[in-house]
Design a protein around this ligand. Sequence first.
Ligand SMILES: NC(=O)c1ccc[n+]([C@@H]2O[C@H](COP(=O)([O-])OP(=O)(O)OC[C@H]3O[C@@H](n4cnc5c(N)ncnc54)[C@H](OP(=O)(O)O)[C@@H]3O)[C@@H](O)[C@H]2O)c1
Length: 287
Amino acid sequence: MTKDKIMITGSTSGVAIELASHLKKYNVIKVSRSQIDVIKNFCKYENFIIKNKPKIIINCIAANGIDYCENNPQEAFKINTAFPVFLAKISQRIGAKLIHFSTAAVFSGKKFKKLYNENSIANPNTIYGLSKYFADEFLSCYTNILILRVPMLYGPTHKKQLISRLLLKIMKNHKIYASSDVYSTPLYIPELAKIIVGIIKNKKKFFSKKSAEIINVSSKNYISIYQLVRKYAIYLKKTGNLVDVKNKYFSNALIKPKYLGLKSKKKYTSQMLINDCVKDHLEKINK
Ligand SMILES: NC(=O)c1ccc[n+]([C@@H]2O[C@H](COP(=O)([O-])OP(=O)(O)OC[C@H]3O[C@@H](n4cnc5c(N)ncnc54)[C@H](OP(=O)(O)O)[C@@H]3O)[C@@H](O)[C@H]2O)c1
């Protein structure tokens, strides 16, 4: 076992579960909401972190989902902005490095085929995007922080997120509606986990003593939600219940950014073919 103690906050998140399975050689401390609820108690986290003194903290806690954040703005800003800033302060105090996740939703997503890089100007138009953007801004004042900005994620460890929910419906032969005009460069979570393991192994290269750094991690596939879900349906031979609709079919269409593709100037792009990701995902959930 290597010496580095790694704390993963939000250990029930899709990213955290996948990541933990890639970090078996490390001393990983997982913290879930059932142990400490961020909404109720920051101080408990402070005591827990100081007691455990991790070398690296990976923050997977988030108030995800556009609708949830629009309806619960106080919680969104507390979880997505205040908590990461609080973690940055403690990390700095104990000399730990912090990995945090940002989102493509910090961009307006109004232009078809536009891919946002690390230098693109953020212009969020949802509470979710704004709450994540504020964290990016405030964290930039701290050192030894790496912000990984990711597009829509999908993978076998995700249970509550969009692609997994749609996949479950396909498997149950339910009729499903997916947007053919909402695009992303979706990233397969096991690929993200591999990139993070590489970062942990090469800490010195990634963490700056000057300021926080943002890296976009994405795939190279610019694809609509419908096109991605259809790939699953084809593998499962269940395309019959899949209906392509325009974004305006959904209730949050007015605010939802439609074109949120990312690219990386720093070359952190998953090379795994999308059909292989879909196949791997289905194999893993059928095991
Ligand atoms: N999912 C995506 O498509 C996507 C896209 C772009 C960026 N990201 C970012 O990537 C990171 C990881 O996302 P993910 O999809 O893996 O997240 P996720 O599966 O939605 O999990 C979110 C985590 O936050 C925890 N949490 C929420 N409220 C909490 C609270 N009050 N106290 C303590 N814990 C709380 C949840 O606990 P419970 O399980 O108990 O609810 C869960 O562990 C996040 O920063 C997210 O914003 C995700």
